[in-house]
Design a protein around this ligand. Structure first.
Ligand code: FES
Ligand code: FES
Length: 155
């Protein structure tokens, strides 16, 4: 077992974990952040995307021990008192149907807007290319990210 200390959504957790434990399983099963879903077993779907030290990562492709000392933000840490502008924009633009991809989409979009606060539609599509949605056809997702960018969402 390895001892790790990870700050998740502003709270620091210290735990013993198996070195092979994936970050997504640590977040869901040990920390209780079930807002981060698992959508595949091939690292393709992006549903499990979180921010690690501000950068989006697929938490199914990161080991929990790699997050030792890191700050992790999940979808559950995005709303502070009220919804994050990206959450508001996804709601306003009907950018979800089943919602399974939505946490990962929002976390990937947050990283995109951090590095590019005013992306073109093409840049939004490229920024989210690691995140799959089976329901929406992506149009409303692009619209939502554009709306959040216009509202000044940069993190
Ligand atoms: S669960 Fe599909 S990429 Fe992580
Ligand atoms: S809203 Fe269902 S997968 Fe995207």
């Amino acid at each position: 077992m390895a001892n790790i200390a990870v700050t998740v959504d502003g709270v620091t957790y210290t735990d013993d974990v198996e070195p092979r434990l994936l970050l997504v399983h640590y977040l869901r099963d040990q920390v209780g952040k079930t807002g981060t879903p698992i959508g595949c077993d091939t690292s393709n779907c992006g549903a499990c995307t979180v921010l690690m030290n501000g950068v989006s990562v697929k938490s199914c492709s990161v080991l929990a021990v790699q997050a030792d000392g890191a700050e992790v933000t999940t979808i559950e840490g995005m709303a502070e008192g009220q919804w994050h502008p990206l959450q508001q924009a996804f709601h306003a633009e009907h950018a979800l149907q089943c919602g399974y991809c939505t946490p990962g989409m929002i976390m990937a979009a947050a990283d995109l807007l951090r590095s590019n606060p005013h992306p073109s539609d093409q840049e939004i599509r490229e920024g989210l290319e690691g995140n799959l949605c089976r329901c929406t056809g992506y149009e409303n997702i692009v619209r939502a990210v554009r709306r959040a960018a216009e509202a000044g969402a940069t993190s």
